[in-house]
Design a protein around this ligand. Structure first.
Ligand code: GLN
Length: 562
């Protein structure tokens, strides 16, 4: 099958010079250019690492793990399966930009490709032949790409972001597969977009194009000629820099696109549009030129840019060194703030070395709200528990997410219930008050990967609670990623001191949310609302937190004035 059968066009996005230069936002923005014109899209991301999925990766190194609503059973061979709904964080960017939910099979890893090939070999799929990177691994890669084309609804444009940097050993089979695919479908059906870094040397007042030239040459050496070069730089490229890149990289000048630092990342598609990238790509593919409908998106972006108030939210936790480890939370807070005409400042508080209530009371005295972060393991936990305790004592608006909710319950057990040593068994398996624990049926599981409760599940909100009032409905669907649970036997006793259950699962057995009745805004949820937040549609819980934080801030300044 070639592209003519499906009509689908391909955009391949590669990266040069450095990793982490915003290839995800570039890919999502290019997708948006097609959406502005009413063309349907799907985005695939290739991650060349050997993990089957990023679920076990350390977020300090890799950034957050994104969780999809749908769960995918990946079957490299018939009776061998992995359940996947944990994928690369770039998918969060894709969902937020395109407004579409992604499917886990859109994230292709080397781990998946090699597992399929190697287990296939054991099953005799290769009929006695020597199994090789070319053609067997590259065929498997192309197969996965075609599956993403053929899946209904068949997209007009399939965008494929190739993770890592051109020249990385792991990415070679993918680039080779892409080269073959471009030949097979016809070069006119494929656009290569190369994203590079163009450093600006202040001392000489010049953009330096040499790293870009080198990375494009590496790409050319692999048989790939970029059609578009997107240049990440501190500022918009100068004309001489643009001309030089065009000349050396063999692309027309109008296809050298600036991707300068911008405060609101959602402006990027509009910036690309202004530089003619949308029309340029449509012309490249010989698609019908249509007037881009950018008004709705522009309004959303302006809401962020025009925000006049400020609200400060503390995020006590670990992993706070890399802000990408909480990417979707940061975005969800920003979406909610923009909807309230506010700009959010996030204050990361590393709780590894701050665990007593005294320093945390001080830290939290000049913030307007607390978001207690998700996470795993014992590091930084005591400080997070103290932060939760301070938030209910000081009546600071509080939203606990997953681990944050669990540790909020631990804090309540210790401080309000007086249950000394209360804990989650994830950290203290011998706790006398295991308010957070495994469910009995979970105790058998051994593997780390694949034992978690993942993906989208129904949530039943209990009428009369604040959580229910925020949603305004009784049944919702939220995304989960946890192993431990709030234990009903203990949580129920907390009602006497004001902590109630505000949401459960469809069986009524799993506690999905808790809240305080004697506090203006203190909510803990077992799920991750941030994964569903979109710039145009903030999540009700985040909106609730920001509104309460603004209220709290106004109350404080009234107090100071009087
Ligand atoms: N470590 C906790 C659990 O496994 C919370 C996980 C999370 O915050 N995502 O239940």
């Amino acid at each position: 099958m070639n592209s003519k059968d499906s009509g689908t066009k391909f955009v391949f996005v590669t990266g040069g010079v450095l990793s982490g230069i915003g290839k995800g936002a570039t890919t999502a923005s290019i997708a948006k250019l097609f959406q502005f014109r009413g063309y349907s899209i799907r985005i695939v991301k290739i991650d060349p690492y050997l993990n089957i999925d990023p679920g076990t990766l350390n977020p300090i190194e890799h950034g957050e793990v994104f969780v999809t609503d749908e769960t995918w059973t990946f079957r490299p061979i018939e009776d061998f399966k992995f359940t996947i709904s944990e994928i690369d964080l770039d998918f969060g960017t894709y969902e937020r930009f395109t407004g579409m939910n992604v499917h886990p099979s859109q994230n292709i890893t080397s781990g998946q490709i090699y597992t399929s090939v190697i287990l296939g070999e054991r099953r005799g799929s290769f009929l006695g032949r020597t199994v090789q990177i070319i053609p067997h691994v590259t065929d498997q890669i192309k197969k996965r790409l075609w599956e993403n084309v053929r899946k209904e609804p068949v997209p007009d444009v399939l965008l494929v972001e190739i993770g890592g940097t051109v020249g990385d050993i792991e990415a070679m089979p993918f680039l080779e597969a892409v080269r073959q695919l471009a030949r097979e479908v016809g070069r006119e059906n494929v656009a290569f977009v190369h994203v590079t870094l163009v450093p600006y040397m202040k001392s000489v007042g010049e953009f330096k194009t040499k790293p870009t030239q080198h990375s494009v040459r590496t790409l050319q050496g692999l048989g790939l000629q970029p059609d578009v070069v997107v240049c990440r730089a501190e500022a918009p490229l100068s004309e001489p820099a643009r001309a030089k890149i065009a000349l050396f990289c063999n692309v027309p000048e109008e296809k050298v696109i600036s991707n300068p630092d911008i405060p609101i990342i959602y402006r990027l598609p509009l910036s690309f549009e202004e530089q003619g990238l949308g029309n340029g790509l449509v012309a490249h593919f010989g698609l019908e030129q249509r007037t881009p409908q950018t008004d709705d998106w522009r309004q959303i972006v302006e809401r962020f840019e025009d925000a006049s108030e400020n609200v400060t939210i503390a995020m006590p936790g670990k992993y706070t060194l890399l802000s990408d480890s909480y990417k979707s939370i940061n975005e969800a807070l920003a979406h909610a703030a923009a909807a309230c005409n506010a700009h959010v400042t996030i204050r990361w508080i590393e709780t590894e070395d701050r665990y007593d209530e005294a320093p945390l009371t001080k830290d939290l005295s000049n913030v307007d709200g607390v978001l207690l972060t998700p996470g795993f393991g014992g590091r930084g936990v005591e400080g997070m528990i103290s932060a939760a305790a301070v938030s209910f004592r000081e009546k600071i608006p509080f939203l606990g997410i997953c681990y944050g909710a669990q540790l909020g319950a631990v804090a309540f057990a210790r401080v309000e219930m007086g249950w000394e040593g209360a804990h989650t068994t994830e950290v203290d398996p011998d706790s006398l008050y295991p308010v957070v624990d495994l469910m009995p049926e979970q105790r058998q599981a051994k593997d780390k990967g694949g034992t978690m409760r993942l993906g989208g599940h129904e949530v039943h909100l209990i009428e009369g609670t604040k959580t229910h009032a925020l949603y305004g409905v009784t049944e919702v669907r939220e995304r989960f990623r946890h192993r431990y649970h709030l234990i009903e036997r203990y949580i129920k006793k907390m009602k006497s001191k004001g902590l109630i259950i505000s949401a459960v699962d469809s069986t009524g057995r799993i506690i999905n949310a808790i809240e305080l009745t004697n506090h203006p805004f203190w909510i803990g949820v077992q799920f991750h609302p941030e994964f569903r937040s979109r710039p145009e549609k903030p999540h009700p819980l985040y909106l609730g937190l920001i509104r309460a934080a603004l209220e709290y801030k106004r109350g404080k300044s009234r107090e100071q004035r009087s």
